[in-house]
Ligand binder design. Structure first.
Ligand code: SAM
Length: 219
């Protein structure tokens, strides 16, 4: 099976389950036009994040890694009146494009984009009131640090998702190594035996390739 087959499968399923969405399409077009890399979650993954936020009735969401705000829009749409999403981004250009896309989505009042190294921004956040859902999707070598902060900031029973933990199967291939792979491996080792979370990996293979989300619940 090739990326083309996975993309066709996504397209097929999306044609039944996802509506045509000008705001999200425009967010991607604008991001590309402004030179941002094409590394946002897929539409099907974005919809999953939105459904997850809805089904957990998330009122406070934290995102690490904003890019152009594509996943932010999906998550932000699940927020009720008075809900809040904080998203952390290192690159000022990315943050600026995200603000534009979020404004077009009508989400500026619910979403706060915090510019700077996520590890510094996270250290300044307080667990009161706690977050219901954390989505970690930034520099992979820092996964474990982000995960530790997420555990501190999320409520008991809250959910932490980490993107790109399968990486075309390369994470599990002992012959391979690079800082991103090692970042995922280090996270898995840190979670092994950690009584504060209960976790599994969910494959997310589709138009973005063979990959997965780590899905953890705070105990
Ligand atoms: N979540 C986005 C989406 O699906 O639409 C994609 C995020 S992209 C994969 C990763 C983002 O993390 C990039 O915009 C990058 O600039 C940002 N990033 C990288 N290192 C960071 C750091 N140390 N602190 C905060 N953000 C960082």
């Amino acid at each position: 099976t090739t990326l083309e087959d996975w993309a066709r499968s996504d397209e097929y399923h999306n044609s039944f389950l996802l509506e045509v969405d000008d705001v999200l399409d425009t967010a991607l077009v604008n991001s590309t036009a402004k030179g941002l890399p094409d590394i946002a979650v897929s539409a099907a993954q974005g919809k999953f994040l939105k459904l997850l936020a809805s089904s957990t009735a998330a009122k406070r969401i934290l995102e690490v890694g904003t890019l152009g705000g594509y996943s932010t829009i999906w998550l932000g749409r699940a927020l009720p009146e008075g809900g809040k999403l904080i998203t952390l981004e290192l690159d000022s250009k990315h943050a600026e494009v995200a603000q534009e896309n979020l404004a077009r989505a009508g989400l500026s009042s619910k979403v706060e984009v915090i510019l700077g190294p996520a590890i510094e921004s996270l250290a300044k956040l307080q667990p009161e009131p706690p977050f219901d859902l954390v989505f970690i999707d930034a520099d992979k070598p820092s996964n474990t640090q982000y995960f530790i902060e997420a555990k501190r900031l999320v409520r008991k029973g809250g959910v932490i998702i980490v993107d790109n933990v399968v990486r075309n199967g390369s994470v599990s291939d002992p012959a391979l190594s690079d800082p991103s792979l090692e970042g995922v491996r280090e996270l898995l080792k840190a979670i092994q035996g950690d009584k504060e979370v209960d976790a599994t990996t969910i494959g997310t293979t589709g138009e973005k390739g063979y990959d997965g989300f780590l899905y953890a619940i705070r105990r």
